[in-house]
Design a protein around this ligand. Structure first.
Ligand code: NI
Length: 229
């Protein structure tokens, strides 16, 4: 499932994030790529332990916590520490087709995280750069994604994807992965749909309607059956 989530960061937060990133010590993005992905990766990335990354990570995670839709769609069990990347036209940056590693290790503590869901938080305004679309290749054809600054997209960790060459300006983004409590994409999708319909139903017929209570019980019982917490 591809899920855009608008306004994860507000305008003030975006300005602050960009000011930190503009003076940050960027390094070659291949530091975090496996041997296959490294062949097609040409961008810059923030070192995990630099001050800007350490300052920004809690802000991103807190902003994520405010998003009930992200929780409902992803049912996160673990979230890998957010990273930051930069694509510039001067650097002729791009990231060719690749698949993200199924397992990644948290930089602190080395905990293993299965990358069920990939996340990109756009930090540059689309009018400030050309190219730089996140392109997902799936069975329904290619999807081109370029969202306003502060918007997030969740997409399946299983997909082959790429970032198109940036031909003008600079594209800043934050990226990270989630392991879900519900491993199956289909089950996660059913729970997300059901939760959305329940939200609608609760607002129209009320919290105490017998069918609402019954369906809420079904939702939680499915989650209880499928979740590995
Ligand atoms: Ni990737």
């Amino acid at each position: 499932m591809l899920l855009p989530v608008p306004d994860v960061l507000n305008a003030e937060e975006i300005t602050w994030v960009r000011s930190l990133l503009n003076s940050a010590p960027w390094v070659d993005g291949r530091i975090s790529a496996g041997p296959q992905a490294a062949q097609v990766k040409n961008n810059a990335q923030l070192p995990h332990d630099c001050e800007a990354a350490r300052t920004l990570r809690p802000l991103i995670l807190k902003a994520l916590d405010r998003q009930a839709r992200v929780f409902s769609a992803a049912l996160p069990k673990r979230v890998l520490a957010p990273s930051f990347n930069r694509y510039t036209s001067d650097g002729a940056n791009f990231y060719g087709p690749h698949v993200d590693s199924a397992l990644r290790y948290a930089p602190e503590g080395g905990q293993r995280v299965r990358t069920d869901i990939s996340c990109t938080l756009f930090l540059s305004d689309p009018q400030d750069y050309d190219g730089g679309e996140l392109i997902l290749h799936d069975t329904h054809g290619d999807q081109h994604i370029k969202l306003p600054a502060g918007h997030l997209v969740l997409y399946p960790g299983t997909s082959v994807h790429q970032v198109a060459p940036v031909t003008r300006g600079t594209r800043l983004a934050c990226f990270f992965w989630m392991e879900s409590m519900v491993r199956s994409t289909e089950q996660r999708r059913l729970l997300f749909d059901m939760d959305n319909h329940l939200i609608h139903l609760r607002s129209t017929v009320g919290e105490t309607d017998a069918a609402v209570i019954g369906l809420t019980a079904t939702y939680h019982n499915l989650l209880r059956m499928w979740a590995d917490s």
